[in-house]
Design a protein around this ligand. Structure first.
Ligand code: ADP
Ligand code: TRP
Length: 333
């Protein structure tokens, strides 16, 4: 039986962090043996905010290096840059004819961007979900490992796929679903308790895969806590639950369970918990950081990986675009 097709992308807009790792990359690594995986650096998506042209290459290389350092094997998956597949913008154009201004204006991430960058509400921002749908549908993927924040975009990709199928009368695109490794999609909150860890906001409360030991220690020691619970088995506030989640993800089970027991018995000392978490986090991040730094020194190797990845991905995207052109009627010779 042929393997199911999986697509996912990460924007090259800054340093990768624990949210990207636990929300996305860890799933990529789990999936690479069992699925036919296409993972890409979403460099076109990063253009909505007009980045400095000189920043594109190091940003793209860093995302590639950090994915590999996190365990992704470019021999097993197609790892490529979005801009290396001209079929993606072609499909994006086709899908734009099936996307309506009204539905695009209602997307929450679009509304957020309008608030954040009111003087740069460009059409690329409005049609961001169409480009994302093209990224996925170009390989006719059925599973998409992404964090919770992307669920609405996936729903739109399903709508566009359906509209295309209905218009041209064949089940050409399957409906892509969010992939979850263990039921829930992980969301890593920022250490100050305000929103999620992210590449571009809350830098002092976000742990990057590139942070050195001391920086990690300082950020964790500053994480928001409180006086501790006064009733046994109290409900945890969000920011405390986040610290426990990070501990669960990076510390030995017995350490996690000891602190959880202390919380439930109201004798938790957050200072001690954070000291312990900092050391476990350092042990977790250090090998990834060191490996990614090494990889980035070898530009020729990264270029080889991107070229190979694009070649593998193009075989599938060329087939899809040929089929789509034919269905639309662009079939002249
Ligand atoms: P960012 O929001 O930091 O710029 P991207 O938008 O490039 O990151 O997201 C890449 C992947 O990482 C997506 O699958 C997204 O759902 C996931 N992700 C981003 N931030 C978090 C977070 N704080 N917790 C869980 N997953 C996240
Ligand atoms: N929009 C996604 C994000 O902001 C990144 C992305 C672009 C993506 N194209 C994709 C994710 C296709 C999965 C599939 O995180």
């Amino acid at each position: 039986m042929s393997k199911e097709i999986v697509v996912s992308g990460i924007r090259s807009t800054g340093y990768l962090h624990l949210g990207n790792y636990f929300g996305a990359i860890q799933n990529y690594v789990h999936m690479q043996n069992e699925y036919n995986c296409y993972f890409f650096v979403a460099d076109y998506h990063s253009l909505t905010t007009h980045p400095d042209p000189k920043a594109l290459k190091p940003n793209v290389y860093r995302v590639v290096a950090e994915n590999i350092a996190s365990g992704l094997d470019p021999e097993k998956v197609a790892l490529y840059a979005q801009s290396d597949l001209p079929e993606i913008p072609e499909l994006y154009l086709m899908l734009n004819m099936l996307a309506y201004k009204g539905e695009l204006e209602k997307v929450p991430t679009f509304k957020d961007k309008v608030r954040l960058q009111p003087d740069n509400v460009n059409a690329g921002l409005l049609t961001y979900p169409v480009l994302m749908a093209a990224d996925i549908l170009i390989h006719r993927a059925v599973k998409v490992p992404v964090g919770k924040d992307q669920e609405q975009h996936l729903e739109m990709a399903r709508n566009f796929a359906n509209r295309f199928n209905t218009r041209y009368g064949v089940e050409f695109f399957p409906e892509p679903e969010v992939y979850r490794s263990n039921q829930e999609t992980v969301k890593i909150m920022s250490l100050d308790g305000n929103g999620k860890m992210s590449k571009s906001e809350n830098a002092n409360a976000t742990i990057y895969l590139n942070d050195d030991d001391d920086t990690i220690r300082k950020k964790i020691m500053k994480a928001k806590t409180d006086q501790g619970p006064t009733e046994p088995n109290s409900e945890m506030p969000d920011y405390i639950r986040n610290l426990f989640l990070l501990m669960k993800l990076t510390a030995p089970t017995d350490v996690y369970e000891t602190f959880l027991g202390n919380f439930n018995n109201c004798n938790i000392r957050y200072g001690d918990m954070k000291k312990q978490l900092a050391e476990d986090m350092i042990n977790f991040v250090r090998p990834i950081r060191e490996h990614a730094t090494e990889l980035q020194k070898d530009e020729a190797a990264i270029q080889r990986i991107l070229r190979n990845g694009a070649e593998k991905a193009r075989a599938s995207s060329a087939e899809t675009i040929a089929g789509a052109r034919k269905l639309i009627g662009i079939n002249y010779y």
